[in-house]
Design a protein around this ligand. Structure first.
Ligand SMILES: Nc1ncnc2c1ncn2[C@@H]1O[C@H](COP(=O)(O)OP(=O)(O)OP(=O)(O)O)[C@@H](O)[C@H]1O
Ligand SMILES: [Mg+2]
Length: 270
């Protein structure tokens, strides 16, 4: 296999109970590139990501890692694939009772690495990448939210994965801390040649880092293209999302009754 990996979902469908969350999604995640998947809260971004590591199985459709179809793999075979994919979870919880060092060493030990000297050098290498070497013996509770994200990021890449999945890496961070994470994603992508898949509703961050952008809406791909495509789109659904506007039906729902006519949308736009 080559150093870089592409991932692909083909006509992915997933329902929970009566709600069909993914309604036939196809996306190519190009090798070595940063693909950002955008969409409103609850549109199925995290659900889509979980399919990429086999944490969820599709009802219909396919998931590919390079030339391996993974949605049909047995749990044991999935382990081999997961080892090559770093996952920064939305709730990037570190283990509270473990030091930064042991948090980052955890995936290494879990994959059977025993040699303390090698573990130590790998831990230091990724901590250096996120510029947090001095925190190595601290506890997570002693770190800021932004620092904890960076430690989680270090942990996500310690196995030297070919693909890294980021679920809302900048959510909850102030603009400066967000920019630190953006720069780290760019740096990891460059220096390790990683294929990056970033799920977010942080538009600023998306424009900063994306080679390719995908907008999900009601379980389908509403728009796909370069950041420039997104800036120039005239697609009404995409523009509504990009401007942070509510649809008339959503406004009426929030106001609690239907007889209150929503204001003219766009009236306060430049
Ligand atoms: N394991 C599950 N069982 C049942 N429903 C689920 C499960 N996982 C997700 N859902 C539902 O699927 C929908 C999409 O969830 P998902 O977490 O993918 O949203 P999201 O786009 O990541 O939102 P956010 O931006 O808020 O993180 C939600 O309605 C959620 O309640
Ligand atoms: Mg989510």
């Amino acid at each position: 296999m080559t150093a870089q990996a592409d991932m692909r979902v083909v006509n992915l469908r997933k329902r929970f109970g009566r709600r069909e969350v993914l309604r036939g999604i196809s996306i190519d995640f190009a090798p070595g590139a940063i693909t950002v998947v955008l969409g409103p809260s609850g549109c199925g971004k995290s659900v889509m990501l979980k399919h990429l590591v086999g944490l969820l199985r599709p009802d219909r459709g396919e998931v590919w890692f390079g030339s391996t179809r993974i949605d049909t793999l047995a749990e044991r075979e999935l382990g081999m694939v997961r080892r090559q994919i770093g996952f920064l979870f939305q709730q990037s919880a570190l283990f509270d009772s473990l030091t930064v060092r042991e948090n980052i060493a955890f995936p290494l030990r879990e994959h059977g690495m025993m040699d303390d000297a090698i573990i130590d050098s790998k831990v230091r290498r990724v901590l250096d990448l996120v510029a947090l070497e001095e925190t190595i013996d601290q506890m997570p509770s002693e770190l800021s939210g932004g620092q904890r994200k960076r430690v989680a990021l270090a942990r996500a890449v310690v196995l030297e994965p070919r693909v890294v999945l980021y679920d809302e890496p900048t959510t909850g961070l102030d603009p400066i801390r967000s920019e630190v994470i953006n720069q780290l994603i760019l740096k990891l992508s460059d220096s390790l040649g990683i294929t990056s898949i970033v799920v977010t509703h942080d538009l600023m961050s998306a424009y900063r880092i994306a080679d390719h952008m995908v907008l999900l809406h009601e379980g389908q791909v509403a728009l796909e293209g370069t950041p420039r495509t997104f800036e120039q789109t005239t697609d009404p659904i995409a523009r509504q999302f990009l401007r942070g506007e509510l649809g008339a039906d959503e406004l009426a729902r929030i106001r609690g009754n239907g007889d209150d006519a929503p204001p003219q949308r766009g009236s306060d736009q430049p």
